[in-house]
Design a binder for this molecule. Structure first.
Ligand code: PMP
Length: 358
């Protein structure tokens, strides 16, 4: 048995792997592979329509919010967002909460002014702030809901809901994992390769009202309005990646939707962090109130023991345990498709290792 704790691309439900494999050979009993069907056929249109319908239903989106499947990964959104929303003489507020947030800030600076309203660098991005002031003149406020590398996550958005400016959020690593009022956000984006499906596609949810207000010319493929008008079919979409997203969304719906997965995610995170806190050998990297339920980050002070624990994980079929190359230590990613049994297995290994080496 292999448990995959990678941070993304990451584990997907077994049913999705099985159905996607089958569709490569014979899609819906058509005798055709999903890899060869035309994107403008009713066959694929049904896939895209189903994926969008699941997203709208799961996230309870209102009619103002459009769901798009675009190319380029979340990193493309780092510049596509300011290109569509920010004039050169205007200012957008950004929270610098991690490596990806810093990249988003850098890209936004190419299109307009950026004001960093929270700088997490002094704490090496290991904590978040409860008291962020956002100037009313900001065109929008950019957040990263879950910081994948550092293992922090915003658990309360009240201060942002009250900021009075449009909210833009990178939800790449915790989208669909917990109940939230998604309609409070004017733009949500996420690379698919964690909780949505396969790498190669990007989900963007945008409130139509905030578009069409910048002066610059926007290339067609970068223009959200053109993608909306063309139903995410401005050009050939990543057909297979979208199909895998549809299957994963269908799986989540059948499981009971976001409330059901949140319950499971809470159980996994509780088990992981209570284990971590009970074992002095392992040091959690993030203060309790800011810990991510998707990515648990921790260390062992002794480099030899760190290596020994990684070896033990490997020998027991647990992959993706090593922390990001920029942070070191360990990172256990517990996305939607990670079963509780996986977290039970790794926490048992941690206990056993601490007993022998603590
Ligand atoms: N934002 C966050 C929070 C991420 O975890 C990642 C990495 N998956 C990115 C942005 C960049 O995503 P991509 O590699 O799809 O461009």
């Amino acid at each position: 048995m292999i448990y995959n704790f990678n941070s993304g691309p990451s584990v997907l439900p077994k049913e999705v792997f099985e159905q996607a494999s089958k569709a490569i050979l014979d899609f819906n009993n058509t005798g055709l592979s999903i890899l060869e069907i035309g994107h403008r056929t009713p066959l694929f249109q049904a896939v895209l329509d189903e994926a969008i319908a699941h997203v709208k239903e799961l996230m309870k989106l209102d009619d103002q919010h459009e769901v798009l499947f675009l190319h380029g990964g979340a990193s493309t959104q780092f510049f596509q967002i300011p290109m569509n929303l920010l004039n050169e003489n205007e200012m957008a507020a950004y929270t610098d909460t991690g490596v990806f947030a810093t990249k988003a800030i850098k890209e936004a600076g190419t299109f307009g002014h950026v004001e960093v309203v929270y700088n997490g660098k002094p704490s090496s991005f290991r904590e978040l702030s409860k008291n962020i002031q956002v100037p009313k003149t900001a065109k929008y406020l950019h957040l990263t809901s879950n910081n994948t590398i550092e293992g922090t996550q915003w658990h309360d958005f009240t201060q942002f809901y009250n900021s009075g400016v449009p909210l833009v959020c990178d939800m790449s690593s915790d989208i669909l994992s917990r109940v939230m009022d998604f309609n409070k956000f004017d733009l949500i984006y996420a690379g698919a390769q964690k909780n949505i499906g396969a790498a190669g596609v990007n989900m963007v949810i945008v409130n139509k009202d905030i578009l069409g207000k910048v002066d610059r010319k926007i290339p067609g493929m970068m223009d959200y309005r053109q993608h909306i008008e063309n139903g995410s079919m401005l050009n050939t979409p990543p057909v297979f990646a979208i199909y895998v997203c549809m299957l994963t969304l269908r799986w989540l719906k059948e499981l009971g939707g976001i409330p059901a997965i949140e319950k499971l995610n809470d159980e996994k995170a509780d088990l992981m962090y209570s284990t971590l806190d009970s074992l002095p050998l392992f040091k959690g990297s993030v203060p309790k109130e800011d810990r991510s339920k998707m990515n648990a980050t921790f260390t062992i002070d002794n480099p030899e023991l760190e290596k020994a624990f990684l070896d033990i994980c490997k020998n027991n079929g647990m992959v993706g345990v090593k922390g990001h190359r920029l942070s070191g230590g360990f990172r256990i990613s517990m996305y939607n498709a990670m079963p509780l049994a996986g977290v039970q297995a790794i926490t048992e290994l941690m206990k056993d290792f601490a007993k022998k080496n603590g």
